[in-house]
Design a protein around this ligand. Sequence first.
Ligand code: SAM
Ligand code: SF4
Ligand code: F3S
Length: 483
Amino acid sequence: MNKDIIFSNQITEYTENETERQMEFMAKAKAYVSDLEKELGRKPVACVITFGCQMNARDSEKLIGILENIGYEISDNEDSDFVIYNTCTVRDNADQRVFGRLGLVSSYKKKKPWMKIALCGCMMQEQVSIEKIKKSYRYVDLIFGTFNLFKFAELLCTMFESDRMIIDIWRDSNKIVEDLPVSRKYSFKSGLNIMFGCNNFCSYCIVPYVRGREKSRRPIDILREAEKLAADGVKEIMLLGQNVNSYGIGLDEEDKITFAQLIEQVCKIDGIERVRFMSSHPKDLSDELIATIRDNPKIARHIHLALQSGSDRILKRMNRHYTKEDFLKLVEKIRKEVPDVAITTDIIVGFPGETKEDVDETIDVVKKAAFENAFTFIYSKRVGTPAASFEDQVPEEEVKENFNRLLEVVQETAHAQSGKFEGSTQRVLVEEVNEHDNSLVTGRMSNNTLVHFPGDASLIGTFVNVHLDECHGFYYTGKMEEN
Ligand code: SAM
Ligand code: SF4
Ligand code: F3S
């Protein structure tokens, strides 16, 4: 299969009534899907595979919302009529996984000539990935990026009308298109974007390049979406942004409120019983936010606060704008004000120039901060970031040794922290029937810890009180009590 390519590389192209315009494309795409349905004698099936973080998961819900709206049945089987890979490029292994999947799906397409394949998400914002796909994966039908996801319906119409590979990548955008359909994975909990992009430019990180400058949604739009979600049965909301503490950037003066004020307002919505947020940058987590969490029981007792490194020298080279001491003081303040909070973190090992002594500093912070959990990553060189051109990249063997040393301490610390709530009764949101034992259900505590206890599917989506009988490392087992 050798396709021509339609390539557009715009910055911004919106109309005043972009939402209505996209709705018109949805109606048009519906007709194409209906034709395909007649041809196949069954409803066409689409599958969206998501890589990466909660932002991407939320974007996939938007894609699925549109796909359902135009008549596709949704499946998680890639052997379907339309497969969309929503990609991540934060580390190299995320890229490799996508290329692996593309190889596999080509064999399905050979058997089904009508099958379509699309790629979108962060990896598509990188020119090197586009070049590779154009050269080696010519059977891909549609490629778009993170800034023009709102025009998915329009791009689908172009795809149905053409046999060529369609590539539409924007370099940034200054507008947010509201009110397009979304299909939620869970009926009772939902992510909610409060901002897009990132302005922090940590020297190792590709996100600001592939997600663009930070843009906040207006509080009125966020609250309207939260009210709609609540009316739809959602009880737990996770406010999403790369650095929620800097919420407000780019808003008009009359719209400006702090993140702490925003979260308070979301908590006031009838039906919303718990509010989470992700992620916070340690450099600007405010006292106001800590006090708001302390005083408002609806806000989850969980703060994800990425450390990245405990060495002042490395933190400076990472462009993180805090020191080891700043971080530890912040953790101390949070733990003093909100004693039942769980603090989790991200740590990178093997950043250019990192020595054994630097890793010792990180280990020291892990011990002192006593994280409930830590996600540890091996540094991955991302083309285009400042750190990629640093000359003192660390040899693989040394990185592995340091990584293992750190992991051991992370596990010990997390283990020592677990079990704190054994014997207490906690409010739990029931999420699913237990995967391994269907006489049990699995729920989530305010501090994000999982609890397994006897129950059935009728409990899913409800808040119940659970007595925590026993801690098993990262989860508890228990028994439901009277509400
Ligand atoms: N904005 C979030 C923050 O600063 O807390 C982080 C979002 S990023 C998608 C998730 C994590 O990926 C980061 O906290 C960092 O630990 C890790 N990460 C980012 N770039 C990386 C790289 N080049 N190599 C390894 N890990 C990386
Ligand atoms: Fe990446 Fe830093 Fe932005 Fe987080 S804050 S997304 S690590 S640049
Ligand atoms: Fe990956 Fe993009 Fe998220 S690079 S981690 S999916 S913002």
